[in-house]
Design a protein around this ligand. Structure first.
Ligand code: FAD
Ligand code: AMP
Length: 479
């Protein structure tokens, strides 16, 4: 006997649960299968993002940022505090509470929307037949008109850095330290490495980031990346580029990391090491030999531009398919696929996926970087505005950073917006909206922004494209 659904979603991370809720909203009889077990060994929804990704990392970033504010900056604004200490177990307990509330919230949303939930593992065979195995080992067969694979990703492990229980850890382990390591090595200075390095640097670790690439944040606008490197250095984070880790050795409770840079072989000793060298798509035991789903050369489930796999009626969304491994990219794909199954024809605009690094200052961008436009031979103009000239940033005692608007020289259409500064993650939404509507820099300049806000720096940067910024001297002044 098998149970039939219109739609079965495999994986309840952000991509999967968005797909399931939208499908149910559209009147489709929908089920979702999720195998995650939380730290309490109970089923948990929300995938990487809610359990060990976006949410817990942001809880730790916020707590550690507030700690630094209280310890180092309250005095500057006239607030005297005697002694500021970070209670790491309490910070971790609060982070766990936030995670618990949200993962339970997703379970509640699925229920409210009438999505049937299956707690265990799904294996997909031919003809959209799914073998579901529950956590207790019992199994049953499910059938679906359409299947949406949303099985996500897991951290990459590299041979030089085998993980240990608590000394050499991946991003998940780095969210669980119960005390501040004196010396912390972070392998990989990508977004996750920078965010986790920042948490522990703020709480008191001496942090060294070892990064194989010569360029810092290569996908960011390089002017912004340069400013970021300067800020991180000021904060005491030691980012070493062109540094490839070749081996690690655990001895007497410490980790020796061997690496090679332009000067030859070197080593460093750390109390803990975080391996943050990227993530890979996760499809273990997902596909029966006859599923008809194929992979691309990098191990991602192969899909077309509307997330349809090579198997009829089988879609795949989120980290398990090509494109940036970001929660919001998967959410949009999940919604698009659910609506397509219901007969609508939406598309995801892959040109406007915002990227954010939640350090302090935050770094955020959308659209093309200046170096990319240069290499493509596009004629463009740039307007930029320093946060130091923003009244609100001054009032906030938080003036590091800059906003940069790049527009086509001929049409003035905005091609990219790049931000480093406090709340860049919020301001970037305005940039995405403007670009989604095909705004010119002039359109943004003609839009009224509330005063005093950090967003006004975006307004001023847009005005600066044509030399009309008010609160800075314009390089090229035009009438
Ligand atoms: P996942 O969230 O990985 O979910 C996949 C789910 O599928 C899992 O729950 C898994 O248990 C389940 N599953 C897998 N196989 C099966 C099976 N066979 N049967 C049943 N269930 C299965 N992104 C951002 O956009 N912003 C951030 O700030 C951010 N911060 C991050 C910080 C960290 C430390 C990390 C690690 C990641 C971060 N990310 C962030 C990335 C983000 O977490 C991922 O892009 C996102 O979770 C991908 O969503 P997904 O639904 O595709 O997959
Ligand atoms: P991301 O893919 O953005 O999460 O970043 C991971 C980073 O880890 C990339 O910038 C890689 O260059 C870096 N990386 C991968 N392997 C090594 C290694 N052996 N030593 C140092 N850095 C590495």
């Amino acid at each position: 006997m098998s149970t039939a659904y219109d739609v079965i979603v495999i994986g309840a991370g952000p991509a999967g649960y968005h797909a399931a809720i939208r499908a149910a909203q559209l009147g489709l009889n929908t089920a979702i299968v999720e195998k995650w077990l939380g730290k309490d060994n109970k089923p948990a929804y929300g995938g990487t993002c809610l359990n060990v990704g976006c949410i817990p990392s942001k809880a730790l970033l916020e707590a550690s940022h507030k700690f630094v504010e209280a310890r180092d900056h309250f005095d500057e604004i006239g607030i005297r505090v005697k002694e500021v200490t970070a209670d790491v177990p309490a910070i971790m307990a609060r982070k766990d509470e936030v995670v618990g509330n949200l993962t339970k919230g997703v379970a509640g949303l699925l229920k409210t929307n009438g999505v049937s939930t299956y707690e265990g593992t799904a294996k997909l065979g031919a003809g959209r037949k799914i073998t579901f195995t529950a956590h207790d080992g019992s199994s049953e067969e499910l059938n679906a008109g359409s299947v949406i694979i949303a099985t996500g990703s897991v951290p990459v492990e590299i041979p030089p850095c085998p993980l240990t229980d608590d000394l050499i850890v991946d991003s998940t382990g780095a969210l669980e330290f119960q005390e501040v390591p004196d010396r912390l090595g972070v392998i990989g200075a990508g977004i996750i490495g920078l965010e986790l390095g920042s948490v522990w640097n703020r709480l008191g670790s001496e942090v060294v980031l070892l990064e194989a690439l010569e360029d810092f944040l290569p996908s960011a606008d390089q002017q912004i990346a340069k400013e970021a490197a300067k800020q991180f250095k000021k904060q005491g984070m030691d980012v070493r580029l062109g540094t490839r880790v070749t081996s690690t050795e655990v001895k007497d409770g410490k980790v020796t990391v061997q690496y090679t840079d332009a000067d030859g072989d070197k080593s460093e000793v750390f109390d803990k090491v975080i391996v943050a060298v990227g993530r890979r798509p996760y499809t273990e035991e997902l596909l029966a030999a006859d599923s008809g789903v194929t992979m691309d050369e990098r191990g991602f489930v192969f899909v077309n531009d509307v997330c349809l796999t090579d198997a009829p009626g089988v879609y795949a969304v989120g980290d398990v398919v090509r494109g940036p491994m970001l929660a919001h990219k998967g959410m949009e794909e999940g919604i698009m696929v659910a609506e397509r199954i219901a007969g609508q024809k939406p598309l995801v605009n892959y040109d406007l996926v915002p990227s954010v690094v939640y350090t302090h200052p935050e770094i955020a961008w959308v659209g093309k970087a200046e170096q990319t436009l240069k290499s493509e031979g596009v004629d463009y103009q740039v307007g930029s505005f320093p946060m130091a000239a923003s009244g609100r940033a001054m009032a906030n005692n938080d003036t590091d950073g800059v906003i940069k608007v790049i527009a086509d020289k001929e049409t003035d259409r905005i091609l990219g917006i790049h931000i480093i500064g406090a709340q860049a993650s919020e301001i970037i939404a305005e940039a995405v909206i403007a670009m989604e509507f095909g705004a010119s820099a002039e359109d943004l300049g003609l839009t009224m922004f509330a005063h005093p806000t950090l967003s006004e720096a975006l307004h001023e940067a847009a005005l600066a494209v044509s030399g009309h910024a008010i609160h800075v001297a314009n390089r090229k002044r035009k009438k």
